[in-house]
Design a protein around this ligand. Structure first.
Ligand code: FMN
Length: 324
């Protein structure tokens, strides 16, 4: 047996971990193939949100988050993953090929980060009025930097501007043809549904409508949804990359997940907020072309009550195994 190959059950555990990654509307737009010596990760275009994400940028960010999680799960399993991103120009949906690589004992830092995979959930609750310490923000910036992206924590003025941009984006998105239908598709409650955003994860409504929380309840409203007061001084950060092509989107997804998991290890709650980067004109305001920094995601950070886990499709549904 090839030294770099892990037993199939171990590989399946790693893929299962990868499926716990965040994705736009919990669309889980990924497929995996076990080839015998590698895991191939594919974008599943049938799960692209055509209205919200016509270019498939957020689809690639979501798959990138799964790629990072897979790398981390392989490190936890005692391997040094070897990653090739977009290895075949003729197969643009082949996002990455990951070989388990040489055996390597996982460090305490790897184990701590991997331990957060199962505990990380998007949190749409109000956060406590508690400041995120500077050294923790520095760790988050470093996490983005490790993956070739940058995280900029907004100061008081830019925070207000970003929140305003988010609200304006939400307003324009709602006016977009097909927005409601698409939202309805990904929020339709069904007993055994394993994707989409369940009503339990919507969170309350921001009573002062200051924060650009995505309203998942516009088509299938949650019963007894309350309006609550959200934090008045939110911690908001913008994730950027040095380019804006599919490789950068995958990089952004890997960085996003590394930031979210690092935040989880520091007991921080997180909300990815993407409305401001879904309207090109508004995304442009957050992008600094002269400095070559392209906005990929806005992230809200803070301390809050635990958020519920959302469902995932079973691993068997997303993995294809090579015939032996
Ligand atoms: C590319 C991307 C965009 C997202 N945009 C938003 C958003 O605008 N608002 C929000 O509340 N959650 C957003 N999320 C979080 C997803 O809704 C969430 O990951 C998904 O529902 C699965 O839930 P979980 O993160 O708790 O596992 C986004 C996630 C990704 C990866």
């Amino acid at each position: 047996m090839n030294a770099s190959v892990l037993a199939t059950p171990e590989l399946m555990r790693c893929v299962h971990a990868a499926t716990l990654a965040p994705s736009l509307h919990n669309s889980q737009p990924w497929r995996f193939a076990l080839t015998g010596e590698a895991i191939e990760v594919y974008a599943d275009r049938d799960r692209q949100l055509d209205v919200l994400d016509p270019d498939g940028r957020e689809l690639m960010v979501s798959v990138g988050a799964a790629v990072f999680t897979l790398r981390l799960a392989l490190r936890r399993a005692g391997r040094m993953p070897e990653l090739a991103v977009l290895p075949d120009p003729d197969r643009p949906d082949l996002v990455a090929v990951i070989r388990p690589g040489q055996p390597a004992e996982p460090s305490a830092a790897v184990l701590e980060l991997a331990d957060a995979i199962e505990r990380r959930h998007t949190n749409r609750q109000p956060f406590l009025p508690k400041v995120v310490p500077a050294d923790v923000l520095e760790e988050l910036r470093a996490a983005a930097g490790h993956e070739g992206a940058a995280l900029t924590v907004a100061g008081a003025a830019s925070r207000t501007i970003i929140a305003g941009l988010g609200r304006e984006a939400e307003r324009r998105l709602r006016a977009r043809d097909g927005y409601r239908a698409e939202m309805g598709k990904w929020t339709r409650p069904a007993a055994r549904r394993r994707d989409g955003v369940p009503t339990a994860a919507y969170g309350p409504w921001d009573a002062l409508e200051r924060l650009p929380m995505r309203d998942f309840g516009i088509v299938h409203p949650q019963r007894q949804r309350r309006a609550e007061k959200f934090e008045s001084h939110p911690t908001i950060a913008v994730l950027t990359t040095g380019g804006d092509d599919p490789a950068d989107w995958i990089r952004a997804g890997q960085a996003l997940q590394r930031v979210l998991l690092t935040a989880t290890t520091r007991h921080l709650a997180t909300t990815p907020i993407s409305q401001p980067v879904e309207i090109p004109g508004i995304r442009e305001v957050l992008t600094d072309r002269r400095a070559g920094r392209f906005a990929q995601m806005v992230i809200r950070l803070g301390y809050g009550q635990p958020a519920p886990a959302t469902p995932r499709r079973p691993v068997g549904e997303v993995v294809q195994q090579a015939a032996s």
